[in-house]
Design a protein. Structure first.
Length: 147
């Protein structure tokens, strides 16, 4: 799947468990997620604070206290999957049914193209965008360079 590649240099927002606030560039704790599987590294964030709140809604029933954190993302190679309908499906339902979600093929394609991160549309609010970061070194003050 061919996606446009563009740079991103700006803030992103994450709603992190209180225990991870001091390490905001940490990856997802779950072994599988919308855009990671099989030991892949991924950190999920939103381009706006509102987007972070929207993205976390499905998980709020777990009782974990979360804190909104802003962190800088500087990545030279960001795949743009916004507007691709299959990137915004409810992937958990497919996994529960024993299927492989199409979101994994999308992120695998982005990773294979050398993308350091990937933008995608919010499922419930398509005007909002989220980002999954594949190279955690792109988060924070250092950023990632062009390959």
């Amino acid at each position: 799947m061919k996606m446009p590649i563009l740079p991103y240099d700006g803030p992103v927002w994450r709603l992190l468990p209180r225990g991870l606030v001091d390490v905001p560039a940490t990856g997802a704790q779950a072994p599988e997620g919308r855009f990671h599987h099989s030991g892949q590294i991924a950190a999920y964030a939103s381009l706006t604070a509102e987007g972070a709140s929207v993205a976390i809604q499905r998980y709020l029933s777990d009782g974990v206290e979360r804190v909104l954190v802003s962190i800088w993302l500087a990545a030279a190679r960001v795949a743009d999957a916004r507007g691709i309908p299959s990137a915004s499906i409810v992937w958990q339902d497919l996994r529960e049914a024993g299927q492989v979600p199409p979101t994994w093929a999308i992120s695998d394609s982005a990773r294979h193209s050398g993308a350091q991160a990937m933008l995608y549309s919010s499922r419930s609010r398509p005007e909002l965008a989220h980002v999954v970061i594949f190279e955690l070194g792109c988060l924070g003050s250092g950023g990632c360079s062009v390959r």
